[in-house]
Design a protein around this ligand. Structure first.
Ligand SMILES: Nc1nc2c(ncn2[C@@H]2O[C@H](COP(=O)(O)OP(=O)(O)O)[C@@H](O)[C@H]2O)c(=O)[nH]1
Ligand SMILES: [Mg+2]
Length: 354
């Protein structure tokens, strides 16, 4: 299982620069058979200190982080929803991702043309979001038309509820609001999922600022956001680890912009991480919040799910404190969990299966 983030934005804002920097971090694909291998897809490790510490505990050098995919989606311009630029093709690429990173330019450079003629971050966000909104409006009104036709010969309550919800969506989109701003009840979720609206996906705004602004605390109206200098990030990928640390310290930073970006993007997906750890390897795995133990086992291997018996579970910090699984067992800290157990973020799990 892997989750993907689409990088979108106006032309010449630094999307590909950022994407190329991210791909420098690419993981060894052999460990991740489910990932897409394509030139515009980067499979990137999610920084996680927990597996690093557990690897120390078990004296293993093999650390396998969990990953997310970043997709460089080019070509979104004004009019894309009407087929301008590469229009609909790109909108369909955005449809396939789980969340959006919207890169917004906030650096001046006379040599790099801004398609709208001037650097105006908020105006760019409006342009991009409007294209996404217009594309969604088309989806919603088509669906609304179809259901309204069906409703003529129906007394199905569910159908009428769906129509009401579509009208709410329609209204929001028409007033240029994102679909994600519309309150949805439990009953509306299946329809919302089926519609797969672009503006219902989580968006992280990434402001690409000038190099000299990188240590300034800028605020922007769009939330959540982070600021980054794509150009600096591209240069940092070429530095050896010790020089990188020196550089970060000189700026008073703990993490690179890329690491902040990856971490925030992962959090935005509402996912949790569970861990398998031992002398062979320390490995992080991703599942959706609410995943039960057998399905989590199935992420590792389908046989684990089919033959699931139970899971031995301990929180990663508890395991570290205990000093290993033998100690943890002696102290009675290892829990035996059955098929109804909901996996928690940071659980270290050992699955038993037949
Ligand atoms: N000064 C500066 N130039 C940048 C930055 N990011 C990208 N560029 C330059 O802007 C141009 C367009 O960048 P690119 O990443 O291809 O933009 P894209 O069209 O959004 O993919 C290239 O010449 C980059 O070198 C940045 O943070 N600062
Ligand atoms: Mg590009």
């Amino acid at each position: 299982m892997s989750f993907s983030i689409g990088i979108v934005g106006m032309p010449n804002v630094g999307k590909s620069t950022l994407f190329t920097a991210l791909t420098k971090k690419q993981v060894d694909a052999a460990n991740y058979p489910f990932c897409t291998i394509e030139p515009n897809v980067g499979v990137v490790p999610v920084p996680d200190e927990r597996i690093v510490k557990l690897a120390e505990l078990y004296h293993t050098e093999k650390i396998i982080p969990t990953v997310i995919e970043f997709v460089d989606i080019a070509g979104l311009v004004k009019g894309a929803s009407r087929g301008e630029g590469l229009g609909n093709k790109f909108l369909s690429h955005i449809r396939e991702v789980d969340a959006i990173v919207e890169v917004v330019r906030d650096f001046e450079n006379g040599d790099i043309i801004h398609v709208a003629g001037k650097v105006d971050p908020e105006e760019d966000v409006k342009t991009i979001n409007l294209e996404l909104i217009l594309a969604d409006l088309e989806t919603v009104s088509a669906s609304l038309n179809r259901l309204q036709k069906q409703a003529k010969a129906s007394t199905d309550k569910k159908l009428f509820r769906q129509i009401d919800f579509l009208k709410k969506l329609n209204q929001a989109l028409e007033s240029e609001k994102l679909a994600g701003s519309v309150e949805a009840g439990e009953e509306d979720l299946p329809l919302l999922k089926e519609l797969n609206l672009l503006t219902n996906k989580p968006i992280l705004y990434v402001y690409n600022v000038a190099e000299e602004d990188i240590d300034k605390q800028k605020d922007y109206p769009r939330k959540p956001f982070l600021t980054i200098s794509a150009k600096i990030e591209a240069e940092l990928t070429a530095l050896p680890e010790n020089e990188l640390q020196e550089y970060l310290q000189s700026l008073g930073l703990k993490k690179t912009g890329l690491d902040r970006l990856i971490t925030e993007a992962y959090q935005m997906l509402n996912l949790i991480t569970f861990i398998t750890a031992g002398p062979k390897e320390a490995r992080a795995w991703t599942c959706k919040k609410g995943t039960l133990a057998p399905q989590a086992a199935g992420i590792i291997h389908s046989d684990f799910e089919a033959g699931f018996i139970r899971a031995e579970v301990i929180g990663w910090e508890e395991l570290l404190k205990a000093g290993g699984d033998v100690k943890a067992k002696e102290l009675g800290l290892m829990r035996m969990e059955g098929k109804d157990y909901e996996i928690q973020d940071g659980d270290v799990v050992h699955f038993h299966f037949s």
